[in-house]
Every structure is written in structure tokens, then in C-alpha cells.
Design a protein around this ligand. Structure first.
Ligand code: ZN
Length: 298
């Protein structure tokens, strides 16, 4: 599957982006009401079957005294096909996975101190727990978990695997490790969970003040670069009015802060900045030295 993890030091934070896999997504769901030709003209790589490839990424942040995981990924794999997640998203193929990437970074599950969950869609929450001896327990036994209260109350949404998501909620609640936030909140010094709804009712993003650069993990505020130029291009089953308003509010802030942005589903390593152009905004991916480029492919 190619490279599994990308890491770089920003100020006092080591930010690692973990590639969990990728898959084909029908355009009609990825960009509601945008015809293939219009999407292609905007640079969206739509194939002849009107699908586009998206990657699945999550983030680990090391700070002095804290080890934070931002989203949990897919979690369990299909026992009949370990390359596929149990949350059976059609066409998804997994990499060697989150835990292998963490191990490559020198991190064991017990080292994680905080798990911040942007939203309770399967690809972000299903890895929150694991089955141990027939019991469903937090996958990170020493961590506090955080999500917004709004998201917790709203999940699972109708288009999500209710059984999988409900099982995560139950197990985290039973273990007493989940903390629900109702407004912007500093989780550890310099790291804030910021409500940014629309993708889901209580979706949130994470802002990291590294002491040098500002880094944001955006979860699913965006799914692909063309959405920065078209803030009203959004997936199906989302709250359009809310999501567009939230983007219009946040993107100027990202630009003003010259912040590094990490959207969960951009092509790995999924990090870049937003630039202000005459026509609006543009996504500008991080320029990587050749030795960091992902090898292999889909
Ligand atoms: Zn997602």
C-alpha cells in the first residue's frame, strides 16, 4: 500500500499523518449535484465510472507531556479479508493500519493520553474500541476521549452503520472515558477542539498552536482540494447551509493564520495551506522532497 506515515516537527509538536487506506467514492455522493464534467474541469480526478479516489488519514500529535490521537480510523478488519474494514465501505482497501503506523512512530496504544474525535462517522470512530476477550473496551486504555455533545447525541446518522457506531458509544460510556464538550475547548495547552458542524450535526476540528506554526486537523470539513475553490461543493446527506457557512467563517481564519491544514481525506500526506486568489481560495499541498513521496499506489 506504500508509505504508512508522514511526520514532521512543528514548534513543540511532532505531527504525524497516518495513512489508513483509500477507496473509490461515487461522485454523486462525494459532490452532490455536481456533474462529472464540471468536477473534472475543476481538477477532481473523476474516473469513467464517475467515481473518485479518496484517502483515509488520521493524525497523531506528540507534545511535551501529551500524546494525542485525532480520530481513530476504521478499527477492526473483516476477519475474512484483513485488507477491508469491518465497517464495510464499498471498495475500501486498508494499509497496514493505524497501530502499525503508531508502532513505527514508537507509540503503543497505552501511551495515548487523549483521543479527539471530530465526528461519529464510521471511518473516524470505529477504531475507538477493540474486543478483548469478548468484551468491548477502549482501544487506548489510558486515554480520555473527547467529542462534542451535539455529535454524541446525534449519532449514528441514518447513512452510517448504526450497530458499529452504537457499540463504540456504549463501550466508551461504560468505561467512563468519554468527555463531551459543548463549545470550543482547550484539551491540553495549545490544543483546542472547535465545533465546525455541517458534515455531521456536531462535527469539530482541532487547532494546534505549536508555538511556531498553527496546525489544524480538519476532519471532514473538506474531502478534496476542489472544495476550497468551491466552498459550496459538499457531499450528499450533509447540512448544506450550515457547512457552507462554517467554511466561509473558518477559511479566512486559516488563510490569515497561514496555518497548515490537514483534511482527513485528501491524498496522503494530506497537508497543505489555503491561499487567497482573485477567484476565491485555492488548496496548495505541501511541497515534499522527493524521498518523502509515497511509493506504490492504488
Ligand atoms: Zn470521513
Amino acid at each position: 500500500m506504500g508509505k504508512l506515515v508522514w511526520a514532521q516537527q512543528f514548534g513543540r509538536a511532532r505531527v504525524a499523518i497516518i495513512h489508513e487506506g483509500g477507496g473509490w467514492w461515487p461522485l454523486e455522493r462525494a459532490l452532490a449535484d455536481i456533474p462529472p464534467d464540471l468536477a473534472r474541469a475543476a481538477g477532481v480526478p473523476v474516473n469513467e465510472r464517475a467515481q473518485l479516489w479518496i484517502d483515509f488519514n488520521l493524525v497523531h500529535v506528540s507534545l511535551p507531556g501529551a500524546s494525542l490521537l485525532l480520530d481513530t480510523g476504521f478499527g477492526e478488519v473483516d476477519p475474512r479479508d484483513p485488507a477491508r474494514p469491518l465497517v464495510s465501505v464499498q471498495g475500501i482497501q486498508l494499509s497496514d493500519g493505524r497501530d502499525a503506523a503508531l508502532a513505527a512512530l514508537g507509540i503503543q496504544p497505552a501511551d495515548i493520553t487523549h483521543v479527539l474525535i471530530t465526528h461519529l462517522h464510521g471511518d473516524h470512530i470505529a477504531g475507538a474500541t477493540r474486543l478483548i476477550g469478548g468484551r468491548r473496551l477502549p482501544a487506548f486504555p489510558n486515554a480520555r476521549y473527547y467529542a462534542t455533545a451535539r455529535e454524541w447525541e446525534s449519532a449514528p446518522e441514518f447513512h452510517q452503520r448504526a450497530d458499529v457506531i452504537a457499540a463504540q458509544k456504549e463501550a466508551l460510556q461504560a468505561a467512563g472515558v468519554i468527555e463531551l464538550v459543548t463549545e470550543e475547548r482547550e484539551i491540553v495547552p495549545g490544543v483546542q477542539l472547535i465545533p465546525a458542524p455541517g458534515e455531521s450535526p456536531g462535527h469539530a476540528i482541532v487547532r494546534i498552536d505549536t508555538g511556531a506554526d498553527i496546525v489544524y486537523y480538519l476532519g471532514d470539513l473538506f474531502h478534496q482540494p476542489a472544495e476550497f475553490a468551491h466552498l459550496d461543493w459538499i457531499p450528499r446527506f450533509r447540512d448544506r447551509e450550515t457547512l457552507v457557512a462554517v467554511r466561509q467563517h473558518l477559511v479566512p481564519r486559516f488563510a490569515a493564520e497561514d496555518a497548515w491544514l490537514i483534511p482527513a481525506h485528501h491524498a496522503f500526506p494530506a497537508i497543505g495551506k489555503v491561499r487567497t486568489a482573485a477567484s476565491g481560495y485555492l488548496w496548495e499541498p505541501l511541497e515534499e522532497p522527493p524521498e518523502h513521496r509515497r511509493t506504490g499506489g492504488h
